[in-house]
Ligand binder design. Structure first.
Ligand code: CUA
Length: 344
C-alpha cells in the first residue's frame, strides 16, 4: 500500500512538474481555490460553504470544550473510594429534548440555506444571449461543442469574460457512458454529467485567465486524469478562437504525406479531422489538436515528444484508456505525429 501511494505521489509530482511548462503561460491559475471564486455561482457556493463551516466549527468547539471540561472535572482524584461506583444517573427529559431538538434545528437551517442557494443559482437568469456549449463526458475526456459557433474540440474550453463586455456562458452537461462530474472550482460548483440526461450550469467569469478543473465523480481507472481547462478571455479573443476552431483544415497547407498515412490507418474510425475523410466520432476531434496546450485530457503538455509517446502507446501513459496501441512502425509514427502537430 505504502509504495503504491508513494508512486502515485511521484506521478502527481511529475505531472505537476511537466505541466509547469505550460503553466508559465500568463494567467493560468495553478491552485484551484474554492475560496477565491471568479464567477457568481462559485461566489454563492463559497459563501454558503463558509456559513456551514462556521456552524460546524462552533459545534466542534462546543463539543471539545464540554469533553475537556468533563475530563478535568471528573478525573480520578486521590480521595476517591475505588470500591464505590460513581452516582448512576438515568435519563433526563430536559437534556434529551435539548439534544434532539437543537441538532434538528441546525439541520433544518442548513437544509434551508442550501436549498435557497441552489434555487438562486439554478434559477438565475444568466443574461441575454449567453454563449452555449455542450460538454460531454467520456471515459476519460471531455468532448466540447459550441453548436451555435460550429466549434468541436476536447478538454480545453474557451469562454468570454462576462459582464458589461460579454455574455455569460451556459453549459449543457451530458455523458455517453458513465456518470462524470464537471468541476471548475473557481467558476462553479460541481455538477454531475449523467447518461441520457442534460444538466445545465452557467458561469459569468469576471477575470481573464485559465481555470483548471477536473472530473469530480469516480468514473473508472483514469478518473484522476480527466482534467479540463477553461480559458476566460475578452470577447473578441474568444470569437477569434471560435472562428479558428470552426474552420476546417486547409488540406493543402497541412503535412500531406502525414495526412495520407493517418488516413490509411484505423485512426480515422475514432477521430475526426473536419474537412478530410476522417470523421470518427468515438474519440476527440483532432481538427485543431495542434493548437491545444495539453493532450490526454489535460494530463501532459502538447509537445511533439509527448504526442509521439502518446500515439506510440497510449496504454503505457494512461493505462486503461480506450485508445489501443496501434503498433505503428517508426515511419508511420513519424508521419502521424508530424501531421497532428501541423493541425493548428
Ligand atoms: Cu469522469 Cu471521473
Amino acid at each position: 500500500m505504502a509504495p503504491a501511494i508513494l508512486s502515485l505521489l511521484q506521478i502527481g509530482l511529475l505531472q505537476a512538474a511537466l505541466l509547469q511548462g505550460t503553466a508559465a503561460k500568463s494567467g493560468e491559475r495553478r491552485i484551484t481555490n474554492i475560496f477565491e471564486p471568479f464567477a457568481t455561482p462559485a461566489a454563492a457556493e463559497r459563501d454558503i460553504g463558509l456559513f456551514v463551516m462556521l456552524i460546524t466549527a462552533a459545534i466542534f468547539v462546543a463539543v471539545c470544550a464540554l469533553l475537556i471540561s468533563t475530563m478535568i472535572r471528573f478525573r480520578r482524584k486521590p480521595e476517591d473510594d475505588e470500591r464505590q461506583e460513581p452516582p448512576q444517573v438515568y435519563g433526563s427529559n430536559q437534556i434529551e429534548i435539548a439534544w434532539t431538538f437543537i441538532p434538528l434545528l441546525i439541520i433544518f437551517v442548513l437544509i434551508g440555506v442550501t436549498a435557497r442557494v441552489i434555487a438562486v443559482v439554478q434559477g438565475a437568469n444568466p443574461g441575454p444571449a449567453p454563449v452555449r456549449a455542450r460538454i460531454i463526458g467520456h471515459q476519460w475526456w471531455f468532448e466540447v461543442q459550441f453548436p451555435e459557433l460550429g466549434v468541436a474540440t476536447a478538454n480545453e474550453i474557451h469562454v468570454p469574460v462576462a459582464g458589461s463586455s460579454g455574455p455569460a456562458t451556459m453549459f449543457q452537461l451530458e455523458s455517453v457512458d458513465v456518470i462524470h462530474s464537471f468541476w471548475v472550482p473557481q467558476l462553479a460548483g460541481k455538477l454531475d454529467m449523467v447518461p441520457n440526461r442534460a444538466n445545465t450550469l452557467w458561469i459569468d467569469p469576471t477575470e481573464p485567465g485559465t481555470y483548471l478543473g477536473n472530473c469530480a465523480e469516480y468514473c473508472g481507472t483514469q478518473h484522476a486524469n480527466m482534467l479540463l481547462r477553461v480559458t476566460v478571455e475578452p470577447k473578441d479573443e474568444f470569437l477569434a478562437w471560435a472562428a479558428a476552431q470552426k474552420a476546417s483544415i486547409n488540406v493543402n497547407t497541412q503535412d500531406v504525406e502525414g495526412r495520407q498515412v493517418f488516413e490509411s490507418l484505423s485512426c480515422v474510425n475514432c477521430h475526426a479531422v473536419r474537412g478530410t475523410p476522417a470523421n470518427g466520432k468515438f474519440g476527440p476531434d483532432l481538427t485543431h489538436v495542434g493548437s491545444r496546450q495539453t493532450i490526454a485530457s489535460g494530463m501532459i503538455p502538447n509537445t511533439p515528444q509527448n504526442l509521439r509517446a502518446w500515439v506510440n502507446d497510449a496504454q503505457e501513459m494512461k493505462p486503461g484508456v480506450l485508445m489501443p496501441n496501434m503498433k505503428l512502425t517508426k515511419q508511420e509514427l513519424d508521419s502521424v505525429v508530424s501531421y497532428l502537430v501541423s493541425l493548428k
